[in-house]
Design a protein around this ligand. Structure first.
Ligand SMILES: Nc1ncnc2c1ncn2[C@@H]1O[C@H](COP(=O)(O)OP(=O)(O)OP(=O)(O)O)[C@@H](O)[C@H]1O
Length: 364
């Protein structure tokens, strides 16, 4: 297991040994292939491969006039997963879960403290320049564009920096300008662009050199509804046309719902779930809600457990029941025993499902 020094912040404590496999969260938690350093190695051949990857930061804190306390922060803890070429994967987790640290290791900005990591067969921290030609990176909270220069100048610079052949540069630029609607913005200094325009400009900049994989860290943060829709649509088209592999970190779960076929959930640097978005409902044992409008105000209505009334507001009552169970029997029972005006079933929202998974893991 390589023990290396942090190349970004100089705070790396080095590898401190494996901490065991990424833990399972239950029925649909991490899959077999995601074993950590103590388990079976992940299979070869994925486009992005992590096997038992760790990142430990050493933080020094002032505790007195002359005293400093050293503390280790295990940001990524025995992380293993594989992403195949052309996949679009959402990478989500609460604040401080280790998402950005993972992305930084995947780009070579940070060196893992332990484990094995490969992108397109390349060890990112050892061959960062070679990898740069294969990847595109967009950090929503930071821009790679030249602030005082017209947008097109940043693209011209990328053209030279990446030594993109002229015809390919022109073709890629035209395509991005068309799909991201950048035509009217090319001569505008970047500092004058709105957040949404700047984000579209950043995405184009990340794609001019035809990367095989695109990492996006919060690409829709702060964008209005229209700009978000445009970015999501663009990512789908990019993937369909070019087969670009996309790894998307976001707090906006609609990004995931609309763009990704697979989602990985990380918490405390460990993989908690890896699978289709639908499966998250199962992992979170989510509930649906039957909204019952009665003819008049009544005490909580009688429903068979595990269904239960969770809210009463005037003549309206909310009945929670397991999402895995059919609503038909419950609806029939409620309709037979109560004076009804209306009934509707609400699907669980993904935010509450994920919140439940986090809460369960934290209390475990
Ligand atoms: N350079 C650093 N030095 C020390 N600790 C760090 C450093 N970078 C990250 N950490 C710590 O590592 C943990 C994971 O941070 P990371 O930024 O990867 O989380 P995240 O999932 O991206 O969070 P967010 O959603 O808030 O961006 C946190 O506890 C964070 O404080």
């Amino acid at each position: 297991m390589p023990h290396t020094t942090d190349t970004e912040a100089g705070e790396d404590a080095g590898g401190t040994g494996g901490t065991g496999a990424a833990e399972a969260t239950g029925a649909t938690a991490v899959t077999e292939r995601d074993a950590g350093p103590g388990g079976d190695p992940a299979p070869r051949g994925g486009f992005i491969e992590l096997n038992g990857v760790e990142k430990v930061f050493e933080v020094r804190r002032k505790t007195g006039l002359f005293r400093r306390e050293r503390r280790q922060v295990r940001a990524v803890d025995g992380l293993s997963f594989t992403v195949e070429r052309g996949e679009m994967v959402g990478y989500i987790g609460p604040n401080g879960a280790g998402k950005s640290t993972t992305i930084k290791m995947l780009t070579g900005i940070l060196t893992p403290s332990g484990g094995r990591l490969r992108v397109a067969g390349i060890d990112p921290s050892r061959e960062r320049t070679r990898l740069a030609h294969r990847i595109g990176v967009v950090f929503g909270q930071r821009t790679t564009l030249w602030w005082d220069l017209p947008l097109i100048d940043s693209y011209r610079l990328a053209h030279r920096m990446y030594r993109i052949p002229d015809a390919r540069y022109r073709e890629n630029l035209d395509r991005c300008v068309e799909l991201l609607q950048l035509g009217a913005l090319l001569d505008v200094p970047v500092r004058q662009l709105s957040l949404g325009q700047r984000m579209r400009g950043d995405i184009a900049a990340a794609l001019l050199h035809d990367p095989d994989v695109l990492y996006l860290d919060e690409p829709t943060i702060g964008l209005d509804v229209v700009s978000k829709a445009r970015v999501r649509e663009f990512l789908r088209e990019l993937n369909a046309e070019r087969g670009t592999t996309v790894l998307l970190t976001t707090h906006d779960l609609q990004d995931i719902e609309q763009v990704c076929s697979r989602v990985m959930v990380i918490d405390h640097g460990r993989l908690m779930y890896d699978g289709p978005l639908d499966g998250l409902h199962q992992a979170g044992e989510s509930e649906r809600t039957l909204v019952v409008d009665l003819e008049r105000e009544l005490p909580p209505i009688d429903v068979p457990p595990p269904a239960r009334v969770v809210r009463v507001e005037g003549p309206r009552q909310w009945v929670a029941f397991p999402a895995s169970e059919s609503a038909a029997a419950l609806v029939a029972r409620v309709a037979a025993g109560h004076p009804l005006v209306d009934l509707s079933v609400r699907e669980p929202d993904i935010e509450s499902v994920i919140a439940k998974i986090y809460a369960e893991r934290t209390s475990a």
